[in-house]
Design a protein. Structure first.
Length: 383
């Protein structure tokens, strides 16, 4: 189990799931139920199949649109290596900016946490989110677990801090997308016939923002949802034994929610910490969008920076598909958005998006994998 730190590997008699079950289940019931639900392989396979079907359908649309792959390759052959290096650096700096946001919230739990270990843990969590189906849904508890084990922190406090950080990073993506859309409309204008596409993307982002606001402000409604899920869980897993039933009992659910919200409120109570973390989150999204802009320059086409700031955060909606990263959903969606909104050639748009994905996905996958390996092997003398 190489995603876990070395300290975990020294205890072979218990699995990682067993080690984390007590803290994990009592902190976030819905995700705990999701973990248990993984055993129902048929349902998971159907969901993954649905996600793959969506990706295949989108890819088929691109294929039917007459894209010339030889033209895409020809565009890639003209790439400027210097711009590619800058794009790679921007992607990595974006991760470091987001890890700085996480670091600020973690220091409300323990002011002495190591900056370097937090960054390694964040890269490891990013690696897991990218390669696993539902990885973006389970990335927060996994990242919190790695950080808590690596630095001997309380899991509940770490989980709440990481949740606050990831929530703020997601809100920052909505802000950057909104800013980019407004800038694009004012400066460049939306092409005729594409207004509905642009407004549709904005509408989806607005709905997500409302859902987040509901989580933060209307906790009574959130509790009702969790208790409803717990009720279903008790019925579905009634034969799983008293331990699982105990974790899903109303009192256990309330206790876990109380502890989670208490730590979450403590982590976000300092306004200066929230402002600094939000600044890192916004800077991270700007840096994360730059590789698409630089990728277009590298193949000889300058996309509007405003459009890039809009479509890159909006492309995060592709992570809702229950598929591992790298299957092409983000690539197809981004290419379609660039072609429709920027009115550039399909081959040029595809080449720019491929450069972007090499920098923002495959490069980070390698870096995150190395970080995960580093934590697993546990070269503590090098830290």
């Amino acid at each position: 189990m190489w995603l876990a730190p070395a300290a975990i590997r020294a205890r072979p008699t218990r699995s990682i799931l067993e080690q984390t079950e007590d803290s994990y289940c009592s902190v976030r019931l819905p995700l705990c139920m999701g973990t248990t639900e993984v055993t129902r392989g048929g349902a998971i396979r159907r969901r993954i199949g649905a996600g793959v079907a969506v990706v295949v359908a989108l890819a088929a649309l691109v294929g039917l649109s007459g894209v010339s792959w030889s033209g895409v390759v020809a565009e890639l052959r003209t790439i400027d290596p210097l711009l590619l290096v800058v794009a790679l650096a921007a992607s990595l700096l974006a991760q470091l900016a987001w890890s700085s946001s996480t670091l600020l919230f973690l220091r409300t739990v323990d002011p002495t946490v190591s900056t370097g270990r937090v960054r390694l843990g964040y890269l490891t969590g990013t690696f897991a989110k990218q390669i696993l189906p539902f990885g973006h849904a389970g990335g927060v508890p996994l990242m919190a677990y790695v950080l808590a084990e690596e630095m001997d922190l309380d899991y509940r406090g770490t989980f709440a801090s990481v949740t606050a950080s990831e929530l703020l990073i997601f809100v920052a993506s909505l802000a950057v997308a909104g800013l980019g859309f407004g800038w694009f409309v004012v400066a460049d204008g939306v092409a005729s016939g594409t207004e509905l596409v642009a407004l549709g993307l904005v509408g989806v982002l607005a709905l997500v923002a409302v859902a987040i606001a509901g989580f933060v402000k209307r906790r009574t409604a959130f509790r009702r949802v969790v208790h409803g899920v717990a009720l279903v869980g008790r019925a579905v897993f009634r034969r799983a034994g008293p331990r699982v039933q105990g974790r899903l009992a109303p009192k256990a659910v309330d206790r876990g929610l109380d502890e989670f919200f208490e730590t979450f409120d403590r982590a976000t109570s300092d306004r200066s910490t929230v402002i600094r973390a939000a600044t890192f989150a916004v800077v991270g999204w700007v840096l994360f969008a730059l590789p698409l802009y630089l990728g277009s320059l590298a193949v000889g086409q300058s996309l509007p920076l405003a459009l890039v700031l809009f479509v890159v955060p909006a492309a995060g909606l592709a992570t809702l598909l229950p598929t591992p990263g790298g299957l092409g959903g983000t690539e197809v969606g981004l290419t379609a958005a660039v072609v429709v909104l920027a009115e550039v050639g399909l081959e040029t748009a595809a080449a720019a998006v491929l450069v972007y994905r090499v920098c923002s996905y495959w490069f980070l996958l390698v870096v995150g994998g190395l970080s995960s390996l580093f934590l697993s092997v546990g070269f503590r003398e090098l830290r």
